[in-house]
Design a protein. Structure first.
Length: 331
């Protein structure tokens, strides 16, 4: 559905060349939900704008939805849906009119556009809002309306740019269900950008990680986590002067990496975290070191990003937590 080789974009800034994207190779197959992630300034937005024909590449080739990105950008636009981060609805318009007008731009008759729009409203839990103005809708309802606009012409591929930004936890969880339904019920391929790691973990079949304008990792969430190397062990000593001793014991575990000490907190990695945790508890008990807490956990996508880029993907404002039951339902 998307096949790009050497895709690049160079800007000129104060007589200097800035390589925003420096030769991206990526593949997305039909029916996949693929997450496209990267820290701010990594080239994520520039790549997305190129793939959606909003920005012409400086170099490279790509086919999107079966059309050549350079030779046939109009063909690409006809076959894709695009839901921007900022949304595209007019606050004073009627929701149904917005959908019908959008479909008419693709040459769809008013009658067919109305039928398709009302079906999408039903699928996206927007029943009863056909005459509602977007300004009178909740944030979650407006985002679902944006998705309806992106799907009314029945594209095989839809780009969702930060679709849940600014939504409350329940609205995020509900939208996750609808995104899953795009593939399950409509066979739509989804290319998703997000800053929320739990969202990528719950929704995406595969994840592409971009940093400094290049793809630095690709794989399923579980594959990327397994590449981190070991489970995360965290020990909080009761007294800061004991943290060095805790770190020494942790470093002595078979296959362990050198731990990091932050005040009373010691964090390290070791294979088979459960067994390592038992062994560490025995050593701590034998040496009489008092601890306030100890835990072992599997690596997270945040650990993946820290390892790959040296930065966290999280923005300054942390996303609202999604209820655990909603997270499990979205998987």
């Amino acid at each position: 559905m998307i096949h790009a080789r050497g895709l690049a974009r160079t800007f000129r800034k104060k007589k200097q060349e800035v390589h925003a994207v420096a030769g991206v190779d990526l593949d997305v197959e039909a029916g996949e939900i693929v997450g496209f992630l990267g820290p701010n300034g990594a080239g994520k937005t520039t790549t997305l704008r190129m793939l959606t024909t909003l920005l012409e590449p400086t170099a490279g080739t790509a086919t999107v939805a079966g059309c050549d990105l350079i030779a046939d950008p109009v063909g690409v636009r006809r076959r894709i849906g695009y839901v921007s981060q900022s949304g595209s609805t007019a606050p004073e318009a009627r929701a149904g009119e917005e959908v019908v007008d959008h479909a008419r731009l693709y040459g769809i008759s008013t009658e067919e556009a109305t039928a398709r729009g009302k079906q999408l409203f039903h699928e996206l839990d927007l029943d009863g809002l056909w005459e509602r103005q977007p300004k009178a809708m909740s944030g979650g309802q407006r985002r679902r309306l944006d998705i309806a606009l992106g799907l009314v012409h029945v594209p095989g591929l839809v780009f969702l740019d930060e679709p849940t930004t600014g939504l409350d936890p329940q609205a995020r969880a509900n939208l996750w269900q609808h995104i899953r339904g795009l593939r399950a019920e409509r066979g739509t391929t989804v290319f998703l950008t997000t800053h929320y790691l739990d969202e990528a973990d719950a929704l995406c079949d595969r994840i592409l990680v971009i940093d400094s304008g290049r793809i630095v990792a690709a794989g399923t969430p579980d594959q990327l986590k397994s590449d981190v190397g070991g489970d995360v062990l965290t020990v909080t000593a009761e007294h800061a002067d004991a943290a060095g001793q805790v770190a020494a014991l942790m470093a002595a575990l078979p296959g362990a990496e050198a731990p990091q000490v932050d005040g009373t907190r010691v964090v390290g990695r070791a294979p088979n975290g459960g067994a390592a945790l038992v062994a560490l508890v025995r050593e701590l008990d034998a040496t009489g070191i008092a601890v306030a807490g100890i835990e072992s956990r599997r690596p997270s996508l945040d650990d993946v990003f820290l390892g790959l880029t040296g930065r966290s993907l999280r923005e300054t404002g942390a996303p609202p937590a999604v209820p655990t039951e909603s997270l499990e339902a979205a998987r």
